[in-house]
Design a protein around this ligand. Structure first.
Ligand code: UD1
Ligand code: CA
Length: 476
């Protein structure tokens, strides 16, 4: 992880609790690997930890530990993660205890949950600042319905308002259950202090668990100030326990992303029918119709229009280009570029390495993979271009394909500038069609052709005059 020094509290070490079972997901997949906005819940949290410059990030695993560790190690931030196994799971205090051997004494420990994906970077910075290297800082929020959560108990009389305890729902008395300020599950605490308190936890409570929240009482007893950093944004502390909660947090998050784009000037036909599972950078006057999904890193240049029902991933779409409805673009690792004022779709498919120049037209049921199309090239209907270099102003006819794969190896097809490929042609790679050449419809071309030549490679047409078709034999 990065080691960005923090202002006044020294290094930050993050513990992410992710050992719980997630019974209510009713899934074989460990809960923290379920996806929000296209990424594992836990990956949202580890990314946020990386962004605040954490020194160590320790993930406490238990249920599905091997699967969680393998999935996270393979992810972008995986290399910086450490894992501590908690088996069996005896409570949140016990979970953090498992991470203790990996936590140096000089840092501030930030405790997060793997199933609370949308905790904000700024919120965490504020919480760490509130801890200031010496206090126990709790992230709290007021809920109209606080049931199920740990309640924040504050002192009355002398020292009124100071936090003295967190009482879990199942241990709370009637008066405590009326408290609407709840503990979010997120805290920042000096490591040295934390270790001492964890060692003193017991499990004498309604659930027979080691509660992390009991350290509040210990801090108060030790005279260490406990501060609450109260936020109003419930989305940031929303936990996932069920498919319904996952779906509703997904919609809430998508709406927030949609609002952010609209505030930059992006025109979404319907923010409730928009999904961004990655990053979307837009210039001015971008219009996006309903039911589009964006994945990975996507860039839309000025005035780009995206029709309804498109899925666009890992692509750069330059100014003035129009993507018509039902188009699927996925650049994966190699990327896809659509040049300025190009027209793509409806029903087109651009695969990794498709690089379209300016004013290229790709029409319905056309697939392009690992191919460059120079300015003004057109493939308007039912065609395949794979491993091809297509020159300027080439017109590539309906139903034509590059036969780029010989069963073992892929080969390139070169179509030079101003070539006209008729309909229903097969270009058997490796082959070069010389500049300005013409390929007659229905040709199978496996030898390179000279510039300017007309090439016809198909059975000669034969006609038999006055041909009588066979007659049906009458039944006896
Ligand atoms: C916890 C808090 C509660 C708070 C609530 C916020 C305690 C005792 N209570 O309650 O005050 O209002 O979160 O959501 O901390 N986990 C482990 N190992 C365990 C138990 C839990 O890793 O042994 C993990 C879970 O996977 C989860 C997180 O810790 O990611 C919180 O556990 P959960 O059971 O949801 O805590 P609550 O009982 O809801
Ligand atoms: Ca719970």
């Amino acid at each position: 992880m990065n080691q960005i020094p923090q202002d006044n509290q020294g290094p930050i070490d993050v513990v992410i609790m992710a050992a719980g079972k997630g019974t209510r997901m009713k899934s074989r997949l460990p809960k923290v690997l379920h996806r929000l906005a296209g990424r594992a819940l836990l990956a949202h949290v580890t990314d946020t930890a990386a962004r605040i410059g954490a020194r160590h990030v320790v993930v406490v695993t238990g249920h599905g530990a091997a699967e969680v560790e393998a999935a996270m190690s393979a992810s972008a931030v995986g290399a910086g993660l450490q894992f501590a196994r908690q088996e069996p799971q005896l409570g949140t205090g016990h979970a953090v205890q498992q991470a203790v051997p990996l936590l140096p004494d000089d840092g501030t420990v930030l405790v997060l949950s793997g199933d609370v994906p949308l905790i904000g970077e700024e919120t965490l910075r504020a919480l760490i600042a509130a801890s200031a290297g010496e206090r126990l800082a709790l992230l709290t929020i007021e809920f109209a319905d606080p049931s199920g959560y740990g309640r924040i108990v504050r002192a009355e009389g002398q020292g009124a308002g100071e936090v003295t305890a967190i009482v879990e729902q199942k241990d709370a008395n009637e008066a405590q259950r009326q408290i609407r300020e709840i503990y979010s599950g997120v805290m920042a605490v000096p490591a040295g202090r934390l270790k001492g308190w964890l060692a003193r936890l017991d499990n004498r409570n309604a659930q027979g668990e080691y509660y992390l929240t009991d350290i509040v009482k210990l801090a108060a007893a030790d005279g260490v100030p406990v501060v609450a950093h109260v936020i109003a944004d419930a989305l940031q502390v929303a936990g996932i326990n069920s498919p319904a909660q996952l779906a509703s947090l997904e919609r809430a998050w998508q709406l927030r992303q949609a609002d952010a784009l609209m505030s930059q000037g992006v025109r979404l036909a319907d923010p409730a029918r928009f999904d961004l599972r990655g990053t979307l950078a837009c210039e001015a006057d971008v219009e996006i119709d309903v039911n589009c999904v964006f994945e990975g890193a996507v860039y839309l240049g000025e005035g780009v229009r995206i029709g309804a029902n498109c899925v666009i991933a890992n692509a750069r779409i330059e100014a003035g280009a129009v993507i018509h409805p039902f188009t699927h673009i996925d650049g994966e690792k190699a990327g896809v570029t659509v040049g300025e004022r190009s027209l793509v779709g409806p029903f087109a498919r651009l695969r990794p390495g498709a690089q379209l120049g300016t004013e290229v037209h790709i029409g319905n049921f056309v697939e392009v993979k690992n191919s460059t199309l120079a300015d003004g090239a057109k493939a308007n209907h039912l065609a395949y271009l794979g491993d091809a270099s297509v020159g300027q102003r080439v017109n590539y006819g309906a139903g034509s394909i590059t036969a780029n794969y010989d069963g073992a190896n892929k080969h390139r097809t070169v179509i030079e500038d101003d070539v006209h490929v008729g309909s229903n042609c097969v270009l058997v790679a490796p082959v070069t069609i010389g500049a300005g050449g013409t390929i007659g419809g229905g040709s199978t071309v496996n030898k390179s052709t000279a510039p300017g030549a007309l090439t016809v490679a198909r059975g000669k047409q034969v006609s038999f005059p006055n041909w009588k078709r066979p007659q049906k034999t009458p039944k006896a």
